[in-house]
Design a protein around this ligand. Structure first.
Ligand code: ADP
Length: 266
């Protein structure tokens, strides 16, 4: 195979033997990484191919019958537009995943309730849904990268919106650590699926998630963003009851004064 391991005997306990087993552990890690990359490329290609197939067959239909039948023309064009948008959104998400290591953090001291207020307002206007902001009467200042935090919030708020129909609660508090919680009262996630939701391309219900436009990349991107921001992402969910996702800022990193950029509160 690609990742040859050293044939080690059980008795190789000297330094050379130790180096050998370290080497083998490295090979195992490389192999696992390589396998994951392959799986990622194969998943991404598959997801891109699906809308292309739809676009191609509607284009054929349009060419054959679109001139005589306006209804068919209309239907084909609508489908082509929708699938183009889906492809676009997938490519954007893939680019975000790929750009991970390139972008640098732009840190500033920010008041969490203020950032949340702005984000919630945008969501509220875009989707005409109720997002109820709870807490945040007092300032909760963390050191963070605002565009990245907003991107993270949009992913979580969008999921809450997609998978529930009732109000969505956005809770901000500072009990032990600055924390944001996004809580919905929607369909929830089955217990057996919960461990996998942060994996790329994982969807609990492919058909349902596809209807709402998802590729199963949102939460893996959210995790990536949270890691970059030194925050923990926790998810709790009960099927048919709802889901709560918490962003917990770490005391060490996020609650220290910024000395890189002295621009104060934003
Ligand atoms: P998607 O883009 O498909 O929503 P995500 O990576 O954001 O993908 O989420 C992975 C899966 O986890 C989703 O397909 C959905 O099944 C489930 N999920 C995520 N958030 C919620 C939520 N708030 N309520 C119920 N299910 C959720």
């Amino acid at each position: 195979g690609q990742f040859e391991k050293l044939p080690l005997t059980e008795t190789a306990k000297d330094e050379i033997g130790e180096m050998g087993s370290t080497f083998n552990e490295m090979m195992e890690l490389l192999e696992e990484n390589y396998r994951k990359q392959e799986e990622f490329v194969s998943n991404a290609s598959h997801e891109l191919k699906t809308p292309l197939t739809v676009i191609s067959s509607y284009a054929k239909l349009l060419q054959r019958q679109g001139m005589e039948d306006p209804a068919i023309a209309e239907e084909s064009l609508a489908a082509i537009r929708m699938e183009t948008e889906r492809m676009n959104s997938l490519i954007e998400q893939l680019l975000h995943i790929a750009r991970r290591s390139e972008t640098q953090l732009e840190l500033a001291n920010v008041n969490l309730p203020e950032v949340l207020g702005q984000t919630v307002k945008v969501m509220q206007t875009s989707f005409n849904r109720e997002f109820r902001l709870i807490g945040g009467q007092q300032a909760i200042v963390v050191k963070t990268d605002v565009p990245k935090l907003k991107q993270l919030l949009y992913i979580l708020l969008d999921n809450a919106r997609k998978y529930s129909s009732d109000r969505i609660e956005v809770i901000v508090k500072n009990e032990g650590a600055p924390t944001i919680q996004i809580r919905d009262f929607g369909i929830g996630i089955p217990k057996e699926s919960l461990p996998f939701v942060f994996e790329r391309f994982y969807r609990v219900d492919k058909a349902r998630s596809r209807d709402s436009g998802g590729f199963g990349l949102g939460l893996s991107l959210a995790k990536q963003l949270a890691d970059a921001l030194h925050a923990e992402l926790e998810i709790e969910s009960i099927e048919n009851m709802g889901t709560t996702v918490s962003i917990v800022f770490s005391g060490d990193f996020n609650v220290q004064p910024v000395n890189l950029k002295q621009e104060g509160l934003r």
